[in-house]
Design a protein. Structure first.
Lengths: 350, 350
DNA sequence: CCAATGAATGATAGCGCTAACATATGGCGT
DNA sequence: ACGCCATATGTTAGCGCTATCATTCATTGG
């Protein structure tokens, strides 16, 4: 075939439904693709007249730039991956709020991936995220599969592990010490004079943070010569309802316990409602405490003792690290510890 | 410069931190890039031995494919955009669950964008989503800015508007009729003999679905010769607490109301707790109802009357439309109406 | 008047991958 | 031996943008 001979298999029919490209805008406005690109990105010098003409053309055509091509060409992707275990318990949505808040005026966009507390899901989600070459990655927790750790370490972008700092981060970390949080809560409970203390929480195969809190909690009990009077676990279902059921079970088994420590506020709230209904003397005869500091508690008949997990702040700080990194080059290794405050509420004697 | 002369400005230094490409794997395993590509995508015929060698090389290098380049070349993007107003009220996370469930075994990945009920945010998020050329887009609601509608109509991919069907969809829609839901609830309340009915809900500038429910509700009241005895609105803050406060306000203003209709379960739950604390006779002297059918209600002292919004099913159906579309070509225009069921619970007389 | 300047625009060459086609290789029947 | 086919692998040409450098053209000062 001689040069210039058209390939006939694919005639240049103008498909009206074909998605538009820069070239379409360029032709419609009579300038080069490059100029259109410049206008659409507000980059470089373009005369006011040309700019208007191009914008007008883009608008009438309904052109939406193809970021895939743009990202490939510029080697810049305005995405930040956020990998979290779940969206259904109020804690991560609040972290997301903190992240979005900071990213909003940086041109970066968070992209969420959910792992359901499954390590292999997490690995898959991280792989998927990294394959889009994001500007940075925010991942909940410090525990990951070997492969996941390797991928993140290799990725060449800032990685921020959030929520927890009891462990060794790959790059940066923002969080609280759950072990310490558990310890602190135990100390407060003991100081208030409670002695027969039960724990109620999730099955913690993969909820490392809940596990660490419990460890810290038991550690502090041990130091005071105490140990858990009872423990009860659940998984799935309505947390509020589970809290009730578990509380009933514990109180049935050990009528003499004088404190119930819940691994999260939701089941704690269920337990609180149960105790109040049964007419138990809270916090006189029996005390209760949860963890997280969720907003919901404000509407309860009595304020559950809890510990704020600094979720909003964690999100903010993590986002700041990612947004700030380009300026500072590859520094890495930042670890930010936040300190949750104990909110005694009305369910611990004072 | 004669052909073949090397450009000296960018010498081929091997940067160890440079992110890997197919070529690296190809060189490490001694086959062409194409073969590596085939192995990594499980596409085409590759001998077992080669496959192993390639996988081995990829694994040791820690290679993560670049989907940006892949997507540009193949014109296929395994992403489904999901645009929702908020993550913080339990309803959208459940929709997400339904979506993920279906997409899980299709190789498609949901990507979430949050609009905070702001139309201009929504427009921006939709633009951003479409610029990644996703396989499809799921958007909450039928009300969008003119520009947003135009973009979606132009996009050339399946668009599914969810939650609501009272209006004209751009392409497909999956949801319930909120107007009808409001009407039905009003009818049930009237049938139970309540007459002095108050409404408590969000400020609904941009919550079109809540507004439609209220419209349907008032419509049915009017048909029975009734009208709202009182109304109270809120925005922001802890919904449970707001529910309490609003209930107190309404009962203070109109002590003789005999029914409280809440625009969502969370404030309804707050109201219920308030009424129970005050020792009001529920549902004898005063009835209550919410909307959504959230799981939380199961743990309350009494079951709040509500209406399930079919959130899980909406997510599933929407995802199915997107996942199924490639097979059916461009058919479009599917509208799936789901029918919420009234759950009278313990807060409506029977 | 002309070189030097700067603003505005254009031409060219990829980014890292995959579709589509081209080519090698080996087994088989005849 | 030959051709034929299937299987396995390689080559080529983009995908739609942007970085980079080149070019054009009006201005300016000497």
């Amino acid at each position: 075939m001689h040069p210039g001979a058209a390939k006939l298999s694919n005639p240049p029919v103008i498909d009206p439904r074909r998605t538009l490209t820069l070239r379409d805008v360029s032709e419609a406005s009579g300038v080069s693709e490059m100029t259109v690109s410049r206008v659409l990105r507000n980059r470089g010098d373009v005369s006011g007249a040309t700019r208007e003409r191009v914008l007008q053309a883009a608008r009438t055509l309904g052109y939406v730039p193809n970021k895939i091509a743009g990202a490939l060409a510029s080697q810049r992707v305005n995405l930040v991956g956020v990998v979290i275990p779940s969206l259904s318990n109020m804690v991560f949505p609040e972290v997301m709020t903190g992240i979005s808040e900071i990213l909003e005026d940086t041109g970066l966009q968070p992209v969420v991936g959910v792992t359901n507390y499954a390590p292999d899901r997490e690995e898959a989600v991280i792989y998927e995220m990294l394959s889009w070459r994001p500007t940075g990655l925010i991942v909940a927790g410090l525990e990951h599969s070997e492969a996941a750790r390797a991928m993140m370490a290799q990725a060449g972008v800032p990685i921020v592990e959030i929520m927890d700092i009891d462990g060794t981060p790959i790059d940066s970390a923002v969080g609280i010490s759950h072990r310490r949080a558990g310890r602190q809560m135990a100390e407060a409970i003991i100081a208030a004079g409670y002695r027969r203390i039960a724990f109620l929480g999730t099955h913690m195969l993969n909820d490392h943070r809940a596990k660490k809190r419990l460890e810290g909690f038991e550690e502090a009990l041990a130091k005071a010569g105490l140990s858990l009077a009872d423990r009860e676990f659940y998984s799935g279902g309505s947390a509020l309802l589970k809290g009730r059921e578990m509380t009933e079970a514990v109180l049935g088994r050990c009528p003499d316990v004088d404190f119930l420590y819940y691994s999260n506020d939701m089941i704690g709230a269920g337990g609180l409602l149960y105790c109040l209904e049964k007419g138990l003397d809270v916090p006189g005869k029996i005390g209760l405490a949860g963890f997280n500091g969720v907003e919901l508690l404000d509407g309860l008949p009595r304020k559950l003792a809890t510990m704020d997990a600094c979720r909003l702040e964690i999100g903010r700080r993590a986002a700041e690290i990612i947004a700030g990194r380009p300026h500072q080059g590859i520094v890495g290794g930042e670890v930010i510890e936040l300190f949750p405050t104990l909110q005694p509420g009305d369910t611990i004697r004072r």
